[in-house]
Every structure is written in structure tokens, then in C-alpha cells.
Design a protein around this ligand. Structure first.
Ligand code: KIV
Length: 265
């Protein structure tokens, strides 16, 4: 078994130009296979609200839901870093955030927590990281705010929004964030943010220029009802689940995924 991945490992991978592979998991069986196939970060994402619970957004997901799924996933991850999402309205203040992060880590056995947002989350990120909670930030399309954004759309095409996103990314890093997810962001902006940051960027619909890639498992095996444009069905061509995950891992590492058709410009 290779060594357990930590936040230090993923920073080193960025420095060494080694791509980071991430995938969501919500149950023990998939978590075990995903870990065995060499995925570096397993995310218990609040996307479970859509792919496991059948909602049309991540908004209804609770801390109890994430803890429940994380408890099944984490013990299977012998190598991968276990990341869990803080769901909608579970981090409206630094104290609420750290209390819920403690639940994800102590009950759900997560090793890093993820939250959405920029400037508004700086105090929270600072508070958590100062108390030893590793944090991954999430900018661009932030699904928890879909009702405010008015739909699932590419973010950062507008110059003012792009400028704000870059400044948020730098401020989140200064506040102690260990990684940054960039979702549905034009490639040029994702590239600029990735070059400016010392912490790794993990893209979803943000191009090969990011330091790593993340996908929702159900999109990656082609069983989502509405697969987004930036994903691919790795289970096609008669592969087994194990082969599909292995194909995704190598496609990220050899930079054949995402292709230009799966990016926004
Ligand atoms: O909840 C999730 O699965 C996520 C990924 C889409 C990054 O946040």
C-alpha cells in the first residue's frame, strides 16, 4: 500500500507538476474501489443531495447526511485523503463552522473539510485553520448558492467577476486554505488562478490547467440523469467499474481529460 495522502502531499504534487485526482464517493463499496484505483482525494460531496437523494440541488443536504455518508466512506480510504463538504447554512459564522467541521472530522472521520465562497468566508477559514482544521475552498460555480446565481452557469466570463475570483483565491490562501476547487470557470481564468496560487487548484469544468480534477462519481460512470458537459462516461466501451475508475485516473494524470470539448473558454 502506498503512503497516505495528506494536505502536504497534494501541495508537493503541485510543486512537482503531478496531477491530483479526486472523485466523490458516498458509500463503502465504491470508496474501497476508488481508493484501490489510486484516486488521491475522495470527496463526500453535498452532490449526494442530487445523486443519492434525488433533489434538484444540494441545498437540502444536512450535516447529519454528510456525517452518515462520510462514516461509511472514510474507513475504506487507506491511501486517499478524505474530504467532506460543509453543507448549505452549516458555516454562517466561524463558530458554527468549526462546530460542524468537528462533527465531520470526529464522527465522519474526514481529514479536510470543503466550503463554498470567497471574501465572506475569510474569517471562517482563518478560524478553522488556526484551530487545526484543514480547509479546501470552492469558487466559481458554487452549487449551494444556485438560487442566488439563477442557475448552473459558467462563472468568471465577466471581467469584474474574474478579478474578484482571483482576489478571493489569494485571500483564501492567505487565510490558510489548503486547496481550492474551481467549478465551471473559463480556462484562462483557471490558469491565472492556478499560476498565482501556491496551494493546489482542483478543477471541475475548469480545464486541464488546474493542478487536479474532480468529478461526481455518477457523472463519471454515466448514470446521472443530466450529465454536465464537462464530464465523460468512463464506463463506456464495456469497462468494469474498476477499469472505468482506473481510466479516469490515467486520463487525468496524462492530461487527456478534460478535452477542449469539456472546457469553457
Ligand atoms: O459536492 C460535490 O460533489 C462537489 C464537487 C462537484 C466538487 O462539490
Amino acid at each position: 500500500m502506498s503512503k497516505q495522502i495528506t494536505v502536504k502531499t497534494i501541495r508537493k504534487m503541485k510543486q512537482d507538476g503531478e496531477k491530483i485526482v479526486s472523485l466523490t464517493a458516498y458509500d463503502a463499496s465504491f470508496a474501497r474501489i476508488i481508493d484501490e484505483q489510486g484516486v488521491d482525494i475522495v470527496l463526500i460531496g453535498d452532490s449526494l443531495g442530487m445523486v443519492m437523494q434525488g433533489h434538484d440541488s444540494t441545498v437540502p443536504v444536512t450535516v447529519d447526511d454528510i456525517v452518515y455518508h462520510s462514516k461509511s466512506v472514510a474507513p475504506q480510504c487507506r491511501r486517499a485523503l478524505v474530504m467532506a463538504d460543509l453543507p448549505f447554512m452549516s458555516y454562517t459564522s466561524p463558530d458554527q463552522a468549526i462546530g460542524n467541521a468537528a462533527r465531520l472530522m470526529q464522527e465522519g472521520l474526514a481529514q479536510i473539510v470543503k466550503l463554498e465562497g470567497g471574501e465572506a468566508q475569510l474569517d471562517t477559514v482563518r478560524h478553522m485553520t488556526r484551530h487545526g482544521v484543514p480547509v479546501c475552498a470552492h469558487l466559481g460555480l458554487t452549487p449551494q448558492t444556485v438560487h442566488k446565481l439563477g442557475g448552473y452557469r459558467v462563472q468568471g466570463r465577466d471581467q469584474a467577476v474574474a478579478k474578484q475570483m482571483l482576489s478571493d483565491a489569494l485571500a483564501l490562501q492567505d487565510a490558510g486554505a489548503d486547496a481550492l476547487v474551481l467549478e465551471c470557470v473559463p480556462v484562462a481564468l483557471a490558469e491565472k488562478i492556478t499560476q498565482e496560487l501556491e496551494i493546489p487548484t482542483i478543477g471541475i469544468g475548469a480545464g486541464r490547467v488546474c493542478d487536479g480534477q474532480v468529478l461526481v462519481l455518477q457523472d463519471m460512470i454515466g448514470i446521472s440523469s443530466l450529465a454536465p458537459r464537462f464530464t465523460a462516461d468512463f464506463l463506456a466501451e464495456g469497462r468494469t467499474i474498476q477499469e472505468a475508475i482506473a481510466a479516469y485516473v490515467s486520463a487525468v494524470r496524462n492530461e487527456s481529460f478534460p478535452s477542449d470539448e469539456q472546457c469553457f473558454f
